[in-house]
Structure formats: C-alpha cells, structure tokens
Design a protein around this ligand. Structure first.
Ligand SMILES: [Zn+2]
Length: 244
C-alpha cells in the first residue's frame, strides 16, 4: 500500500500515524487539530482548501489573542477579535455552543442557548439561579466539585471544563463563596458571548435589495425544474431579471 502525504503539511501518512480522510484527499490529525476540527465531525465536508482556510483563521485568532476582559485565570476574553481562552485553549465566539454549571455533578444553571430560545425567564437571571440554587443546598454543608462545562461546536474539542472547586469545601466558608463568585463572573462572560452570537444569528442574512439577479434566476430555474412554471414563463422572468 502506497504511502500518501498529508494534503496540507505534506507529512507522510503512515498506517500508524493518524490519517483523516477529507473530500479530496487525506490529512494528518495535527492539521485537523490546527484547523480546529473535532475528530468526530464529518470530515468529508472539508477539502484541502477549506482546511487551509480554517488553519489560517485559527492561527490568526491564536496569534492575535489579546485579552480585554478576564475572570481570574479561569477565562480570558478578547472582545476585539471575538475569541476567548480557557486554560491554553483559544476558541472563537462562534465555537461557543452552551454551558452548564455543575455542583457535585448536579446541574445548577445552563446557558448559551440564546435568551430568545430559552424564553428569557426559563433560566432567569444568572445571578438569581446561581445564588438561589446553591443557597438551597447549604444544608448539606459540603461541596466536592464545582465546575463549568462548556460545550463547543466546530472546534478541535467538544467540551472544556473550568474547575472552581476540586476538593471537599465547606459551603459556608470563604473558599466556596469565592468559587461561587468566580463561577458567576464566568457565566456572565459566556452569556455575553452567547448574546453576541445570538444577535448575529438574528440579523437578516441578506437585505432584499442585495439579492442578485443570478440568485433570482436560480430560484426560477428550480421552479421550472419542479414543473411549477413553464419554460416560457421562465424565459420571460429571466429576460426581465437580466434587464434584456
Ligand atoms: Zn498534516
């Protein structure tokens, strides 16, 4: 069996080294990761060109990262380049799917699905829920773990965690309070990113006047192909759209 090179970096793809098929060849797992693509994604939707574009976009995000806002060492946000850093990992705003605060494995609050989708009041004010629910658990007196689970999309990894509490901690103590405070600030930062993503989604994809004649013709061609309009009607519409 002939060895083929990675379509992106040219490294030889052996039988043992990771090899990922894309629509027009194969690439190494390093390049897949540099492009910010998860192993679990459908790699056949990518080709050599789109992988190269993703790699350069990601490289730009990583190289240009400059934090404008941060919550301790937990999360850093680069508001100018619309990216955020957790640990050593940098993601673009678009990578953020959702997040969930877990205390001893139990879901305390969720977010990121968009306030419009969630109906706003379902999750309520972030502060209210974090304060309220954890407040209700005080009778237990001990917390063994508090972490924020962040789900990502179109990224090299599908989930990252921010840990606030990793060992047995009294819920009436200073450490717990500080963790709660940090968690809340991280949630607020993520909620802000999520809102920006959401408002970008809600914007019309195109203004009506920007629809090109070519797009319109394609639409009518589809109608013709489906037998909804006749050839004559299509020809007339095409002439009109082209201004003939
Ligand atoms: Zn490669």
């Amino acid at each position: 069996m002939a060895k083929i090179p990675c379509a992106v970096c040219g490294k030889e793809l052996g039988l043992l080294s990771g090899k990922v098929k894309i629509s027009d060849g194969a690439i190494c797992t390093n390049c897949l990761s540099s492009a910010g693509i998860s192993m679990l994604s459908n790699n056949m939707t990518y080709n050599q060109q789109s992988i190269n574009e993703l790699i350069s976009t990601r490289k730009k995000i990583v190289e240009n990262f400059s934090s404008t806002k941060s919550v301790g060492t937990y999360i850093q946000v680069d508001e100018n380049n619309k990216s955020f850093k957790i640990g050593k990992d940098i993601f673009s705003y678009e990578n953020l799917l959702s997040f969930e605060l877990l205390e001893d494995g139990q879901s305390i609050t969720k977010g990121g699905l968009g306030r419009a989708v969630a109906g706003g009041l379902l999750f309520g004010g972030v502060g209210a829920i974090v304060g309220g629910v954890t407040g209700g658990k005080k009778s237990k007196g001990i917390c063994n773990s508090m972490k924020l689970r962040i789900s990502l999309k179109n990224a090299h990894t599908d989930v990252v965690y921010i840990n606030f509490i990793l060992t047995e901690t009294k819920t009436n103590g200073f450490i717990y309070k500080a963790a709660q405070d940090s968690a809340q600030k991280c949630i607020t930062a993520l909620e802000t990113i999520s809102d920006i993503n959401q408002s970008a989604l809600n914007q019309p994809v195109y203004a009506p006047q920007s629809v090109s004649s070519a797009d319109e013709i394609v639409k009518f061609k589809n109608l013709l192909d489906q037998g909804i309009i006749t050839q004559e009607e299509f020809d007339a519409k095409k002439k009109e759209l082209l201004g003939l």
